[in-house]
Design a protein around this ligand. Sequence first.
Ligand SMILES: *Cc1c(COP(=O)(O)O)cnc(C)c1O
Length: 372
Amino acid sequence: MKIETLAVHAGHGIDSTTGAVALPIYLSTTFERSKDGSYPQGYDYIRSNNPNRDALERCLCELEGGVAAAAFSSGSAATMSVFQALQPGNHIIAPNDAYSGTSLLLREIVAPWGLEVSFVDLTNLSQVQEAIKANTKLIWVETPSNPLLKVTDIVKISAIAHQANALCVCDNTWATPIGQNPLKLGADLVVHSTTKYLGGHSDVLGGVVIAKVEDDFFNKIKNIQKIGGAVASPFDCWLVMRGIQTLPYRMRGHTENAMKVADFLNNHPQVEAVHYPGLKQHLGYQIAVEQMQLFGGMLSFQVKGGRDKAFEVVAKALLFTRATSLGGVESFIEHRASIEGVGTRTPENLLRVSIGLEHADDLIDDLNQALD
Ligand SMILES: *Cc1c(COP(=O)(O)O)cnc(C)c1O
């Protein structure tokens, strides 16, 4: 079935005891055993499993074309579980422009445990090839990247990983399963922060890992989920499931608006550069056309006049909310270097925007008056 149909129905069904059309929220922490000591419904304790989490995991498998999934309490917990499934002494290759939380996690938690990490430019294939070592076990991909929207070739990076007997894991948060399907492009695992587009309404924190095959590595992740305990709550799973039902239509709206805003900024005299994979001049445009179904709702731009001008634009914005995060129905604008803090590689004149579902003309009018 097509993605719109899956988004509405995957993991959903009529509740057999009440006929409820919307999935009930199961808050029970524990489940009754049979007289013979077994659990006939398959549920024993909320941390091990729960009907809402089950439903969300099944839904996400269908959307990404995976066979198994593990839902976590945040995107960062999902990311963490992948690194925890490795061993001390293993080597990880990660992008030098990964989501700042992922870079922090690698530098401050994963590396001190004895895992080696190399940060490279994943859009430069020979640099990736050169970074491969005998103990390389995983290449972490995030595309489009944050905040420069650089596009990494998932097919080629997966091939490099597999040749080295390593896994290719793709953080697909920005593209969503509607915009890009890394498992079909060769990746072994997909990670999402469901806090963003999947939830879609800036009101729920969550994450997920989805696997192409249910192998030992994925079973370790499942174990980390269950024993480590950073699981998604029933209500949070329910909210993400509801968000997903409208995801295909929201992503079309986000993309259509972002394309219009990118075109407007591209022709504005106060703007020095626009980073959006849907613009023909973007360095990753050709790869994006090949591997993405939609370019998505995220873009960034650099203003003339440096940090001061960037702050002025953000201060003058009326419709865009000054907030971090992304993927909600409302548009956000932020000075990215400020949120990333000390050591950031992000240019001081760069503003990142999450384009929401307002009318594109109103968003353009707001940016126009803010840039004036
Ligand atoms: C937000 C985000 C994360 C982290 O997710 P949380 O739900 O905030 O923990 C990871 N990767 C990307 C690309 C993100 O945008």
